[in-house]
Design a protein around this ligand. Structure first.
Ligand code: HEC
Length: 304
């Protein structure tokens, strides 16, 4: 009898859990579906759809440089998804990727013992979790980024925390991204409570809010503006933006985390960037990662 009750209540708990998981992410799922639809429509035939989607691009650009018929999963490689001019150089560099050593160094950091005998491998027994972050920690009721989780592991073992933008942090994340890629896993960010949904909404609001003296939002450049030229850059699309970090940037002559990349973009917007592990930054990344849910993790990567 007791067993029966336990079983029945376990079943109820499970059902309630699935039910709420489905409903708390309903808005995010709707947003993601709309975003995919938007970008697939935009890049179905840029030349034909110029008036609707590319009012600022030249005819030559649309005819000769922007690829058409791009589908959801193709968007994971940033502006190389559509930008013919950039693809050749990109593929050339990828033949001798400058981040290979960083992956090896990251693997060594994973195993390396702290003074107390523990290691990152003990905090992260499964290194193929690159697609699960940022995650909403239901007991702490806050978004936890991979960067934060790594530093919490280190400091809780009595070590000094790492720079959140480069160095060992970027190397370790290169190892995590690569392990996740080799396991063929996808971005898999979850929204399973009202608090998680609220964090997602705040991240989304940050993304779409116009700010700075130029009155730009992230979306001005990376949704409506995607494929538009800014100086000698082609603006990439929000869809797939978090799949490939950390990246080796030619400009940096080194590897950097997603937080490091964010800093440059927010500054370009004429704003002071939120700190890498601030609530604002983590919720922004949570929203962005959700938009990439279901896409392959394929970091580390290279960028100009
Ligand atoms: C003035 C236009 C502009 C604004 C506004 C802007 N960015 Fe960017 N962003 C760029 C340019 C240019 C690049 C480099 C080319 C590219 O990959 O898009 C870039 C690159 C990025 C990348 C790296 C893409 C990759 O594949 O490596 C991310 C992620 C990103 N931006 C996110 C954001 C976020 C989030 C915001 C808002 C806080 C934002 N950007 C605001 C212009 C902008």
């Amino acid at each position: 009898m007791l067993l029966k009750i336990v079983k029945a209540s376990a079943f109820v708990a499970l059902a309630a859990c699935t039910l709420s998981a489905n409903s708390f992410n309903a808005q995010a799922e709707k947003d993601k579906t709309e975003l995919i639809k938007y970008f697939e429509a935009k890049f179905a035939d840029p030349e034909k759809n110029a008036a609707t989607f590319f009012p600022y691009s030249t005819e030559d650009e649309l005819k000769n440089n922007i690829k058409k018929d791009i589908k959801h999963m193709d968007f994971g490689i940033g502006n190389y998804a559509f930008n013919r001019a950039g693809i050749a150089t990109y593929e050339e560099i990828k033949e001798m990727p400058p981040y290979e050593d960083a992956i090896d160094a990251g693997a060594a950091l994973y195993e390396k013992k702290f003074a107390n005998g523990n290691s990152l491998a003990i905090c992260f027994p499964d290194p193929t979790i690159g697609g699960d972050y940022p995650m909403f920690d239901e007991s702490r009721k806050e978004v936890v980024s991979l960067t934060q989780a790594v530093n919490e592991c280190i400091t809780s073992n009595g070590e000094k925390k790492w720079n959140e933008k480069k160095g060992d942090m970027a190397k370790f994340q290169a190892f995590i991204a690569n392990s996740t890629k080799e396991a063929e896993k996808k971005v898999n960010v979850k929204i399973e409570s009202a608090e998680a949904a609220a964090a997602y909404e705040r991240g989304k609001e940050f993304y779409y809010t116009q700010r700075g003296y130029l009155n730009l939002s992230c979306a001005t450049c990376h949704v409506q503006g995607a494929a538009q030229r800014v100086r000698n850059e082609s603006l990439s699309q929000l869809l797939g933006h978090t799949t490939h970090f950390p990246v080796y940037r030619l400009k940096w002559q080194g590897l950097g985390t997603l937080e490091r990349r964010m800093e440059g973009c927010v500054k370009d917007q004429g704003q002071n960037p939120p700190k890498p592990s601030s609530k604002t930054m983590k919720e922004l990344l949570y929203f962005m990662a959700y938009m990439s849910n279901g896409m392959a993790v394929d970091g580390p990567d290279i960028r100009k």
